[in-house]
Design a protein around this ligand. Structure first.
Ligand code: NAD
Ligand code: ZN
Ligand code: ZN
Length: 391
């Protein structure tokens, strides 16, 4: 089969690889019809995750048709259409029983590598390096889906792929980011990052009753989609104004009730040229630091508010303002999304017409074009927000 593989920093290649096979009784093989490129794939593409190997198949947002099942999978049959959640989870361990699927205790065969880096291991993830199981991903024609009896959700009717594909990751992730904020009517929620995940965090904050939702990014086209499609009431372009000052103005000095980090580690790494905002401050002779999402979220949040971190981090983040965090009774909640929890309720919202998740798609390509898709998504070329590949 053909598959999009990681071949090094800033390099992916579509190659011929062996077809996947059933290895365990609870596996299924899925013929993939749609597969997306995620901001999480950029961490791998940017070379930030040390446990990638040349030739690893990428991709964790996919759906398709069941073509084979192991003897332990009795709820799926050949020909069933399924969306596959990105966290691989057994459904029966202590974590899964609590609905904490993304920290499943049984799905990472390489747990010792993760434990060395993080103390304990989270779940295994499709196409997400050897530290998280070394599972081949879904930017391919076929994938092996472990624990297929509890993970994938069946899509029984003709609803188009594009409306359900993002149940695999970014819709539940944005939704969880908003849910972690314990939104009550009248709340003001600020969202750092108007990428695909930020867009769903904004839309979900609105669905959950926030009165004002503020989108923060440096790309006007992403802020425009946030305002026109996701429902943001205010936007801040942090290259043009100071995020902290703008948030003070919008909230009359009180600060947002909740702050969602939908950016993750790229905001803290020195990638690319300094942002215009830093340059302007430098020109004015002010000591600068790159805009640091976690620090901004903590400093701006109202006293007693919530910081919800759904952007992905690896390693360490320095200069965490522990004093502000402790003395102002802030709370921080975070995690890889427990996608399995949200599949049914969010599919119901899609069916009820409360949201059409396809609003984030800007580019549709064949699997063979994946390398161009990665470049466009990374560099925000041609107003790219979300790329969907058709294998
Ligand atoms: P993306 O890279 O398209 O979006 C990130 C956005 O953040 C970009 O628009 C960028 O311009 C903006 N940004 C960068 N620095 C910023 C700053 N200082 N302030 C405000 N905005 C800033 O990626 P995405 O697909 O939207 O994913 C976003 C994050 O969510 C990634 O870290 C990804 O790994 C993570 N993610 C987490 C989960 C989870 O389960 N928790 C699931 C999927 C993705
Ligand atoms: Zn993803
Ligand atoms: Zn489990």
């Amino acid at each position: 089969m053909r598959a999009n593989c990681w071949t090094g920093k800033n390099s992916v290649e579509v190659m011929d690889v062996p077809d996947p096979k059933i290895l365990n009784s609870r596996d299924a093989i899925v013929r993939i019809t749609s597969s997306a490129i995620c901001g999480s794939d950029l961490h791998l593409y940017n070379g930030f995750i040390p446990t990638m190997k040349k030739g690893d198949i990428l991709g964790h947002e996919f759906m398709g048709e069941v073509v084979e099942t192991g003897p332990g999978v009795t709820n799926l049959s050949m020909g069933d259409r399924v969306v596959v959640p990105f966290p691989i989870a057994c459904g029966t361990c202590g974590a899964c029983q609590q609905g904490l699927y993304s920290v499943c205790e049984n799905s990472n065969p390489n747990a010792p590598i993760a434990e060395k880096l993080m103390g304990r291991s989270p779940c295994g993830i499709f196409g997400y390096s050897h530290m998280l199981g070394g599972y081949p991903g879904g930017q391919a024609q076929y994938a092996r889906v472990p624990f297929a009896d509890i993970g994938p959700i069946k899509i029984e009717d003709g609803i188009p792929d594009e409306q359900v594909l993002f149940l695999s990751d970014i819709f539940p992730t944005g939704y969880m980011g908003a849910e972690l904020c314990d939104i009550t009517p009248g709340d003001v929620v600020a969202v750092w990052g108007a990428g695909p995940v930020g867009q769903f965090a904004i839309a979900s904050a609105k669905l959950l009753g926030a009165e004002r939702v503020i989108a923060i990014d440096r790309f006007d086209y992403r802020l425009r989609i946030a305002a026109q499609r996701a429902g943001a009431t205010d936007v801040i372009n942090y290259e043009q104004v100071s995020t902290l000052e703008a948030l003070e103005d919008i909230t009359a000095g009180r600060g947002p009730d909740a702050c969602i980090d939908a950016v993750g580690m790229e905001a803290h790494h020195d990638i690319g040229p300094l942002h215009a905002y830093d340059r302007a401050k430098q020109a004015a002779g002010v000591e600068t630091d790159r805009p640091h999402v976690l620090r901004e979220a903590i400093m701006s949040c109202r006293n007693g508010g919530v910081i919800s971190v759904i952007g992905v981090y690896g390693g360490f983040v320095d200069k965490f303002p522990m004093g502000a965090f402790m003395n102002r009774s802030l709370r921080m909640r975070t995690g890889q999304c427990h996608v399995q929890r949200y599949l049914e309720p969010l599919l119901a919202r899609v069916r009820a017409g409360e949201i059409d998740p396809s609003f984030v798609i800007t580019h549709r390509m064949s699997l063979e074009d994946a390398p161009r898709g990665y470049e466009m998504f990374k560099n925000k070329e041609d107003d790219c927000l979300k790329v969907v590949l058709s294998p």
